[in-house]
Design a protein around this ligand. Structure first.
Ligand SMILES: Nc1ncnc2c1ncn2[C@@H]1O[C@H](COP(=O)(O)OP(=O)(O)O)[C@@H](O)[C@H]1O
Ligand SMILES: [Mg+2]
Length: 433
């Protein structure tokens, strides 16, 4: 292409080049592209791009000839006097005959290298000169004209913005990598601390059991104060174990460390024990809990222990957020041919529409810490807010989905909630019972 593009053609060229520059995400290819296009645009033999380092010194980023070859070790072959002036003042310089220029003609490099035509424009973005583009011709005098400056300046302006963008993107990447690393350290630290807490906790509960035995041996099991103390100790250690387990589960999922042991599993084998474990609470709170007949359903390919946690959480929530006297129904049906959907439907207080997605996000409960209480099964006994995020992590690791549906939150009308877990199932005839 000639260096004398004009009018619409020039505009079109500059536009195409600036669009390409704007799409660049990495500095090195951006600089190579820029210098090649600049050399073509102004018809120069050599081109350089320098950037100012943080200490103010000039850093040669690229040196190329018009054939697209990198120039090795050629930094001492250009006029530093010109480059430094442009970077310092932010003003362009065009010399059509450098050797006879009143200001630069005496510069050592200009004389020694017999430099002729030189053009140097600053790279300016947000009023800051971040470097310069320098092009030259040695053989030809009078190669560059003042009118070449405008398109080059336009290029330089676009390039400066694009260079700054790549720097920002690179900084963001570094910051992001750092944050990811910190996040992982934090997750591992929390998992480690939780495990450490379990050791003294085990000691406390073992000693509590021992104390119970001693009380029995001494025939004091009917002493009201002693039995209340023993029961409190039991409840407290159990609660603490549960909290620690939830934290470990949650951070394992968050850091991608959850291991699943897949097996062919029948859902009722997972759900029935969960429901059984809630019988006492349901009786106490006059809650009716029914489980549909699951026998006709095919098995799922899943980790039974992890799935149990899912149903402990969602059936536990149904119990927790349904006032005394309510009902909870656990049902399951085939969705398409390869999925089973289990729904847990309650007659409880419901979930506000705007919360229905958020409750699956980690730490959503932190927004409402003032309402925090820690009972596991009392009506509205709040928890850690980790139950549903854990359930979602486990369900998604099985290739399934989980969602909440409710007409909204209303403590008087009790609209109820349906929590549905859909899991891929094994499609095989032998699986039918
Ligand atoms: N069946 C339900 N009925 C009403 N609200 C529910 C139900 N299940 C979940 N929620 C709401 O979702 C929130 C998150 O549930 P979860 O993650 O299990 O935390 P937690 O039970 O520890 O509070 C609960 O605090 C509650 O507000
Ligand atoms: Mg819960």
């Amino acid at each position: 292409m000639s260096n004398r593009l004009e009018g619409i053609e020039l505009l079109d060229y500059v536009l195409r080049v600036s669009r390409h520059m704007a799409e660049s995400h990495a500095l090195a290819p951006l600089l190579a592209y820029t210098i090649d296009k600049v050399l073509t645009l102004v018809g120069a033999e050599r081109g350089y791009i320098v950037l100012k380092s943080s200490d103010g010194s000039i850093d040669f980023k690229i040196k190329r000839d018009s054939e697209g070859n990198d120039l090795p070790g050629a930094t001492d072959e250009i006029s530093y006097s010109i480059l430094e002036q442009v970077v310092q003042t932010g003003e362009s310089v065009v010399l059509s005959d450098a050797m006879h220029d009143p200001q630069f003609g005496m510069a050592r490099s200009v004389m020694a290298l017999r430099l002729r035509s030189i053009m140097c424009v600053p790279l300016i973005t947000r009023n800051r000169t971040i470097g310069a583009i320098y092009v030259e011709n040695r053989s030809v005098r009078g190669r560059f004209r003042e009118s070449d400056l405008a398109p080059l300046q336009l290029f330089a302006n676009q390039a400066a913005i694009a260079i700054e963008n790549t720097e920002l993107i690179e900084n963001l990447k570094v910051a992001n990598d750092h944050l990811t690393e910190l996040d992982e350290l934090k997750n591992n630290f929390i998992i480690l601390v939780s495990h450490e807490l379990k050791t003294p906790l085990t000691a406390v509960s073992t000693n509590a059991q021992l104390m119970n035995m001693i009380i029995e041996r001494a025939g004091l099991q009917n002493d009201p104060m002693l039995s209340r103390t023993a029961a409190n100790l039991d409840r407290a250690t159990e609660r603490m174990r549960h909290v620690i387990d939830e934290i470990v589960q949650f951070f394992r999922i968050a850091s991608g460390q959850m291991e699943l042991a897949f097996n062919e599993i029948r859902l009722r084998e997972v759900i029935e024990p969960v429901v059984d474990s809630l019988t006492a609470v349901c009786e106490e709170r006059h809650l009716t809990i029914t489980v549909a007949d699951f026998r006709g359903l095919p098995p799922v390919w899943a980790d039974a222990r992890k799935l149990k946690i899912v149903f402990q959480n969602i059936i536990g929530n149904a119990v927790k957020y349904t006032p005394d006297g309510g009902t909870i129904q656990v049902e399951a049906h085939h969705v398409q041919t390869n999925q089973i959907a289990v729904s847990v439907k309650d007659t409880g207080i419901g979930v506000p529409l705007e919360e229905q997605k958020r409750v699956f996000d980690m730490f959503h409960v932190l927004g409402s810490l003032s309402n925090h209480s820690t009972s596991k099964s009392a009506f509205r006994g709040g928890g850690f807010g980790l139950g549903l995020p854990i359930a979602r992590g486990i369900v998604e690791a099985h290739g399934g989905t989980i969602c909440l549906e409710s007409r909204g939150y209303d403590e008087a009308l009790l609209p109820g909630t349906v929590c549905t877990v859909a899991l891929p199932c094994l499609v095989q005839e032998s699986a039918m019972v």
